[in-house]
Design a protein around this ligand. Sequence first.
Ligand code: TMP
Ligand code: ASP
Length: 259
Amino acid sequence: MARRRQIYEGKAKILYEGPEPGTLIQYFKDDATAFNAQKRGTINGKGVLNNRISEHVFTLLGHIGVPTHFIRRLNMREQLVRQVEIVPIEVVVRNVAAGSISQRLGIEEGTPLPRTLIEYYYKDDALGDPLISEEHIACFNWCSQDELNDMQDLAIRVNDFLCGMFAGVGIRLVDFKMEFGRLWDGDWSRIILADEISPDGCRLWDMATNEKLDKDRFRRDLGGEVEAYQEVARRLGLLPEDGNNAVLDLESHRKKKGS
Ligand code: TMP
Ligand code: ASP
């Protein structure tokens, strides 16, 4: 039996060659990193939860007409996705000040922003993903103006949808990060949403208590990472109300059985 071919290993995911041309298998790890991988750890069960949460989000986005790379979830940790050429830009949407914008501009965390803000970071680990402007994107031709327009439009639509989805379950979407890719068809390509949307790349605060339900629990040594990710999944209806550990228990049961 041949071993499947690994295409790429990132900090939280691995990409394998998919079963058909133009597809990949996206595997979600439990590894967590922060501050450009200066801080490393493991959040047990994170990969299972992020696979499930991202499946849910991408499926719903598909229903409102946002093109995404998601095809279907394959198992607890893997999903089948379309192969794209990742645009080397991390698109961050902010509704409320937190994290780097609070530090950079001295805005108290939790301050609602006067308008939704879109920021761009150049995807380069060696440089620590620096903040860039549209001018830099145009100057270095990291994507075309049409592609940037598409990414901006999609970012606003995704943000509007996610703000409503999370508000419906008592969660404030403070900010989040997206990655886009080019889906090629012959000589033509179009921009689609890629990567993942999960508590790893979002700030999610409980609306009643402001409790953090995202990776800031790991970044800031707050503890309770798994419980926070489980709480997000539970509120989205992805875990049974009772028996919070059902998904993770199921995975360890399968592993023991060797299936
Ligand atoms: P920041 O406040 O650190 O710039 O992060 C803004 C949002 O982007 C936050 O929800 C976390 C997410 N993010 C990532 O997903 N990956 C990253 O490498 C960074 C720096 C932020
Ligand atoms: N994922 C990023 C890293 O370790 C940072 C973060 O999410 O805070 O590089």
